[in-house]
Design a binder for this molecule. Structure first.
Ligand code: PEP
Ligand code: MG
Length: 307
């Protein structure tokens, strides 16, 4: 996961397979006015070229809620997390969205770019976003500007409604990425930035685990790859649990990569399965933390010797 160009070297130094989440807000947050298509294109192209053959998943603008940008003139809201943010703004202000989509498409000619829509809530919303992308493609084609015609499109699963309808969304995307930061906030009705309730923000709450498990299982059944790009994926204490739930793609800040890789290498899937199953089935949520400790204390898998 990266949130600015300066994070790129860390991705390569830690030998990530790609960038699972390029938070594109920074290009807007650092300016006093809307960035131009050219500004965005240059930044995305630089990222794509730096990554070479590795994937670069650019998430479209996720402004609003805690990420305020003055010149967007967003309305004052009583409940910003439930208000005008991310794809909702992009669909309501197509000129902003369109500029970004054109820039992403143009940059796709220079690397392996994927596009990811945040805060998707329904099939209708996803279809609208995809049709904006199609329009941008048609326009570039008419202008004879090169781009990747088969650019993969993904949706973030970070609202419970999306997690519960993942089978429907699956027909419209090439991949999913689970944003556990928001998924936890919206499932538990706990503001992720409110210190007064932060002790209640629990990634292993049974409802959260159920939605993650359901999303992974349903996506795989539909043949759609799924990753987790929320902070849970970068927490090595949760690696075995996520592996046991079927997750095979983890996206995290570069600094967490080696610890999570270590945890993956130290895990024997067959051996952890019974404990993961207990975690997912327990009727007593207080026991989850004990089971998690048990899971993490299981001996490391014998690493197969080369040759
Ligand atoms: C998430 O919600 O998990 C996520 C990755 O998005 P962000 O943290 O940028 O809202
Ligand atoms: Mg999010």
């Amino acid at each position: 996961n990266i949130g600015q160009e300066g994070d790129l070297p860390g991705v390569l130094e830690n030998d990530a397979e790609g960038i699972g989440l390029f938070r594109s807000e920074f290009l807007y947050l650092r300016k006093n006015d809307y960035p131009t298509e050219e500004d965005l294109f240059e930044a995305y192209k630089e990222g794509a070229q730096a990554m070479g053959q590795r994937k670069l998943i650019i998430r479209t603008l996720d402004i609003g809620a805690d990420k305020r940008v003055g010149y967007f003139n967003l309305p004052e809201e009583e409940n910003p997390a439930l208000g005008f943010r991310a794809i909702r703004i992009c669909l309501a202000r197509p000129e902003i969205f369109y500029t970004q989509l054109r820039a992403i498409l143009r940059a796709s000619h220079y690397g392996r770019i994927r596009v990811l829509f945040p805060m998707v809530n329904s099939v209708g919303e996803l279809r609208q976003a995809v049709s904006q992308l199609e329009l941008a493609k048609q326009e570039l084609e008419a202008e004879s500007i090169p781009f990747d015609r088969d650019i993969n499109v993904g949706a973030m699963i970070e609202i419970p409604s999306a997690a519960l309808t993942v089978n429907m969304l699956a027909k419209h995307v090439d991949f999913f990425s689970i944003g556990t930061n928001d998924l936890i906030q919206y499932t538990l009705a706990i503001d992720r930035n409110d210190d007064a309730v932060s002790h209640l923000y629990d990634p292993t709450h049974p409802a959260v685990l159920y939605l993650i498990w359901h999303t992974i299982k349903t996506a795989h059944k539909a043949g759609v790859p799924v990753s987790v790009c929320g902070e849970m994926a970068g927490d090595a204490r949760l690696t075995r649990l996520l592996l046991g739930m079927g997750l095979r793609k983890f996206s995290m800040p570069p600094a967490n990569l080696l610890a999570v890789k270590r945890a993956v290498l130290d895990t024997h899937l067959d051996r952890i399965a019974p404990v993961v199953s207990k975690i997912l089935r327990t009727q007593d949520e207080m026991k989850i933390h004990d089971y998690l400790t048990q899971l993490n204390e299981m001996p490391a898998a014998a690493v197969a010797s080369a040759g």
